[in-house]
Ligand binder design. Sequence first.
Ligand SMILES: N#Cc1ccccc1-c1cc(NCCCN2CCCCC2)c2ccccc2n1
Length: 158
Amino acid sequence: MATAGRKSVLFVCLGNICRSPIAEAVFMKMATDAGVIDKWRIDSAATSTYEIGSSPDHRGQACMKRHDVPMSHVARQVTREDFMNFEYILCMDENNLSELNRKAKLVKGYKAKIELLGSYDPEKQRIIKDPYYGSDEDFEKVYDQCVRCCKAFLEVNS
Ligand SMILES: N#Cc1ccccc1-c1cc(NCCCN2CCCCC2)c2ccccc2n1
């Protein structure tokens, strides 16, 4: 598929099995429903190596089924090329942000804008907390935050 001229966003969290695949799937559905999916390159990745090759967490999969949002992803770690190829890298918490900024500094001439996804939240909840040791309710909160933030991010980029 043609990639030139498309806008691009990479969603990132610690393990790429909980928060960032949900954000990726929510944004993909929103861009599809808005008829602009062909204008976007969308992906997600991890700062860590914890879950490389894993499917999304089963609690996240159940959450997305409840909301009728398709989600399919295989966890991967962020690469040097990601910092060159993605216009936006949107992450979930301060640990992700500092890890990404540390990694980006090692990549000469990188172009990515590295931001908190939560910085787009109209309800101003800047941090999307790691639900790994949490409950279904915590995954619902992640979903709700991703919906608010992805909607606002799509609007300012349309
Ligand atoms: N670390 C932390 C941490 C701290 C606070 C809250 C959540 C987590 C936490 C822990 C995870 N895996 C368990 C530990 C993994 N091992 C840690 C030592 C190296 C070998 C791997 C996660 C896995 C996937 C997605 C998010 C995760 N988040």
